[in-house]
Design a protein around this ligand. Structure first.
Ligand code: NAD
Length: 365
């Protein structure tokens, strides 16, 4: 079979400790003069400090919640319109970056956010440039055209070029304050992105390379970053792992573990990373093939079993849930039905119907 693929990565990436200091220069290079910063309450004070060195900041929207809601997007859009902003900066974890992406994409239109959420209107061509500044090391949202937003209990992953950030400023210093449990959740999310991009049916050689390096970095640094959040080298390597993880799934998309994460998050309120990690080691065993054996050896492990075992160990170490009994009353039928029907399940290299998922989940009693 001949090789064919399309690779595209339009985001300008500035990586490095202290790189947040380049925000003003980045804004000026885009010709932006009035910007709205989107963040969550935890980062409000930090963002206020930024105003001293970045006079272009015209407003701060700091009410982003975890599992962000469309109402947050609407409020950010109102502020962008009121301040007549010409760029948006999202400083925070995936929840914040995804809110900022959605708001920047639609702020110049006159329609309501719900029309775009429901797919009633195509995203406008005329949109504001968005700068993504991650403060967790996990989602890779800084380099993807994905925004995950909920409306009520409906959580939607929308994949649209309108969401592609113009620039990513990845400053590992910003992750030093992330608490251990979130460090573990988000670090395993980065691992899931890399592995799922690698084994996705749409995998391709450039993403394969970033995936292998991302997995290696997570294996070598996540436990250290979890034990000692002030270890700057480990934090730097985890920020790089998350960025490379984002590049690994941006085009191939994710697969089985992410498909299962949606019912797990929606029904049992697991944070995104923990929900993906819940089945990740199971999928390593299910999807094990020659390519995955190659990855395992390339990251210094004897085989795919050792990779699955190490993921399980990291989950246990971080206090993440690993058994159905820890989730409360588990609705096996509903979870298997919803996961099997999720579009990302079609990317899994091994076909997984409800019966196969039932076997997988039953082994996690
Ligand atoms: P998050 O953004 O929800 O943040 C988790 C918690 O960490 C929050 O309480 C936040 O205040 C806190 N936090 C963030 N930065 C901190 C810091 N530096 N110090 C201390 N606390 C900090 O978590 P996340 O895992 O980064 O993002 C998850 C969201 O991203 C989910 O909604 C998920 O679906 C989405 N996601 C998006 C993509 C994408 O490509 N767009 C990819 C994966 C996940």
């Amino acid at each position: 079979m001949t090789l064919e693929f399309l690779y595209r990565q339009p985001v300008e990436i500035r990586f490095g400790t202290g790189s947040l200091a380049s925000l003003g220069e980045t804004l000026r290079s885009l010709g932006a003069s009035r910007v709205v910063v989107v963040c969550d309450r935890f980062l409000r004070a930090r963002t206020e400090e930024l105003r001293q060195s970045v006079p272009e900041i015209a407003g701060v929207f700091s009410d982003v919640e975890e599992n962000p809601q469309l109402s947050g997007v609407e409020a950010a859009v109102r502020l962008i319109r009121e301040t007549n902003a010409d760029a948006v900066v999202g400083i925070g974890g995936g929840s914040t970056m995804d809110t900022a992406k959605f708001a920047a994409a639609i702020a110049r239109s006159d329609a309501e956010a719900i029309a775009y959420f429901c797919g009633e209107r195509p995203f406008p061509m005329d949109r504001l440039p968005m700068i993504a500044v991650p403060t967790t090391a996990g989602t890779g949202s800084e380099v993807t055209q994905v925004s995950v937003i909920s409306h009520g209990s409906e959580k939607k992953t929308i994949n649209n070029p309108a969401f592609m950030p113009r620039c990513a400023i990845v400053d590992p210093m910003l992750t030093v304050s992330v608490p251990p449990r979130t460090t573990m959740n988000t670090g395993l999310d980065a691992m899931a992105h890399a592995l799922e991009g690698y084994w996705s049916r749409n995998h391709q050689p450039i993403s394969d390379l970033t995936a292998i390096e991302a997995v290696r970095l997570v294996l070598e640094n996540l436990e250290t970053a979890w034990r000692d959040g002030t270890d700057l080298k480990a934090r730097e390597n985890m920020s790089l792992a998350a960025l490379l993880g984002g590049l690994s799934f941006a085009l191939p998309k994710t697969a089985g573990s992410h498909a299962c994460s949606y019912p797990l998050s929606e029904r049992y309120h697991l944070p995104h990373g923990e929900a993906c990690a819940f089945t990740l080691d199971s999928f390593v065993r299910i999807n094990a093939d020659e390519r995955l054996e190659h990855l395992a050896r390339a990251v210094g492990l004897p085989d795919t079993d050792a990779l699955a075992e190490r993921i399980r160990e990291l989950k246990r170490l971080g206090g993440l849930r690993t058994k159905l009994s820890e989730l409360g009353e588990f609705d096996l039928d509903a979870v298997c039905r919803e996961a099997a029907a999720h579009p990302l399940m079609r990317n899994n290299p091994v076909p997984m119907d409800e019966a196969a998922l039932r076997r997988m989940f039953t082994a996690l009693q």
